[in-house]
Design a protein around this ligand. Structure first.
Ligand code: CUA
Length: 313
């Protein structure tokens, strides 16, 4: 993982970082000046004798000059920060890539709208983008207010139920950038993360084609058994696997290509087999309060489902 708020990887974040450094520098100068004047006043006061009637009197010019200096500094900073707003605000263009991100307690739907339902790609907690291309991100929420923040690429913007906010991203170089919900949204707010993965345009198009394809067919008997159990044991009531009978669940993340993702449970766990096993076995211990119930499964059934999901690349 690379980048951060002060290590920008795209034009919007670079603008924010530039403004941050200027504010930090001016703030430091003002602080040093104020503390310096305070120290000077204390030093001068101590040298005067206690009976001197002028010991505490401030010169008449001090208040007007101080007020004027404050006004000048604050106005200059305002003028300096206005162009940043002009850069970070979204102005969608016709050739932008469009991505829709829906915040839920506590994970993200990521959708690449296509002209038909079959063309539309849906995944979770992972936004792939082509390097160098502007991406318009439409932000929605299904339950409470969340906030979309990728410090290395862009400032934060709220996701509000019933409203669509729009922001944009652009990655200047390939990398994996962490995103985080930035609005307190309940028990697992801290574990509501996602990744932005920027890759060369050809690699991105290949990925999008793979994601658009329906799920890989079950490769062996154990996987076929797992596929049936996925339906009969209730997993399918929340999770959808496109191209199978289990393509109706909407409450949880789409699992069509779950094994090819980087993380499980919105950045909570690295997506390796052992973690997926632990997650299915006891999601409430790993991320208490999340909406995935613990489903009691006999060991053979558990292994069949795990094996099936591992094949969904
Ligand atoms: Cu979603 Cu905090």
């Amino acid at each position: 993982m690379t980048g951060g708020w002060l290590a920008p990887a795209g034009p919007a974040a670079a603008e924010i970082a530039r403004l941050s450094w200027v504010l930090f520098a001016v703030g430091t100068l003002v602080y040093v000046a104020v503390i310096g004047l305070l120290g000077f006043g204390l030093w001068r006061g101590r040298r005067r004798s206690p009976g001197d009637p002028n010991a505490t009197a401030a010169p008449a010019w001090l208040v007007p000059v101080g007020a004027l200096a404050t006004f000048v500094v604050v106005t200059a900073l305002l003028a300096f920060s206005l162009p940043t707003f002009g850069v970070i605000v979204a102005r969608p263009a016709a050739d932008d890539l469009i991505v829709e991100v829906v915040g839920h307690q506590w994970w993200w739907t990521v959708r690449y709208p296509g002209s038909t339902a079959a063309e539309t790609v849906e995944t979770a907690n992972e936004i792939r983008v082509p390097v160098g291309r502007r991406v318009t991100v439409r932000l929605l929420a299904s339950d409470v207010i969340h906030s979309f923040w990728v410090p290395a690429l862009q400032g934060k913007l709220d996701q509000i139920p019933g409203k669509t906010n729009v922001t944009w991203l652009q990655a200047a170089r390939p990398g994996v950038y962490r995103g985080q919900c930035a609005e307190y949204c309940g028990l697992q707010h801290a574990r509501m993360a996602f990744l932005v993965i920027a890759e060369p345009p050809e690699a991105f198009e290949e990925w999008l084609d793979r994601e658009r394809a329906p799920a890989a067919p079950a490769a062996d008997d154990l996987a076929r058994q797992g596929q049936q159990l996925f339906l009969s044991r209730g997993c399918a009531s929340c999770h959808s696997i496109r191209g199978t009978a289990a393509s109706f669940g909407r409450a949880g993340p789409d699992l069509t290509h779950v094994a090819s993702r980087h993380s499980l449970a919105a950045g909570t766990l690295r997506n390796v087999k052992g973690n997926m096993a632990g997650w299915i076995a006891d999601p409430q211990t790993l991320k208490p309060g999340n909406h995935m119930p613990r489903v009691p499964l006999e060991p053979p059934d558990f292994h069949a489902i795990l094996h099936y999901l591992q094949g969904l690349r």
